[in-house]
Design a binder for this molecule. Structure first.
Ligand code: ADP
Length: 216
């Protein structure tokens, strides 16, 4: 079952980036932000899930430890889905309805990828609830080898010793690729140089900006 997000008719644009930690999302988002500033269309940069979820005990337990016995993953997934719906409809949509560009670090696709990567492959609710939010104008899926992503995360000063479920990263990568194929996402080979990647991202973004001049 595919996600059921709805194509939007707002005058603004929503661009989102998904992929493993260390796949290069923040790097490309920062470059795209600079690009939009240069063309006098200052973008609103945001991320999902919001800090409300990131700071919750259930989220922290899943991120920081291998012992998940206290919590049911579906409960976390529902919490994240709820947060994404609230954040999308009360933070992102008002901005694109005013004609602004919004760039989000992760979007609903990540919720589905995480759920499926943990074995919940038949949960239809996640696709059904996605019908309550708009489909982005472009969803970039940054794809890198798991080893590359992990070594990039480990090279960050504060994350040298961070808990990473390596097996999960392999399943997540697979899910991101499947989800991109199923939902019209743009898969970007994240092993190229930062500049090469940005050229590709930028050319998709510009195609969108030109196309929508004649209607979406
Ligand atoms: P994410 O936001 O997906 O976790 P980041 O953009 O923070 O990933 O990148 C993780 C690390 O990898 C950072 O140190 C960044 O400088 C580096 N990095 C990002 N893109 C590339 C690239 N194309 N080639 C080499 N290193 C990269």
């Amino acid at each position: 079952m595919r996600l059921q997000m709805k194509v939007h008719n707002h005058p603004g644009y929503l661009f989102v980036f998904c992929g493993l930690d260390g796949s290069g999302k923040s790097t490309q988002i920062a470059l795209l932000e600079q690009f939009f500033s240069r063309i006098n269309m200052p973008a609103y940069i945001t991320k999902q899930p919001t800090d409300t979820v990131r700071n919750s005990a259930i989220f922290r337990t899943y991120m920081n430890s291998s012992d998940h016995s206290m919590y049911d993953y579906r409960a976390l997934s529902l919490l994240c889905a709820s947060d994404r719906i609230q954040h999308t409809n009360r933070d992102i949509v008002p901005k694109i309805s005013q004609g602004r560009v919004v760039i989000s670090d992760r979007y609903f696709y990540s919720c589905l990828a995480n759920l499926r990567a943990r074995g919940y492959v038949k949960d239809r609710w996640i696709c059904e609830v996605s019908s309550f939010i708009p489909k982005p104008d472009a969803a970039f899926f940054m794809d890198v080898e798991v080893d590359t992503a992990i070594s990039r995360v480990r090279s960050r000063d504060t994350e040298e010793n961070r808990f990473i479920d390596i097996e999960l990263q392999y399943r997540l990568r697979e899910q991101y690729l499947d989800i991109a194929h199923e939902n019209g996402g743009i898969i970007i080979d994240g092993s190229q140089s930062v500049e090469e990647i940005f050229q590709k991202v930028c050319s998709f973004v510009m195609q969108k900006l030109c196309k929508t001049a004649d209607g979406r």
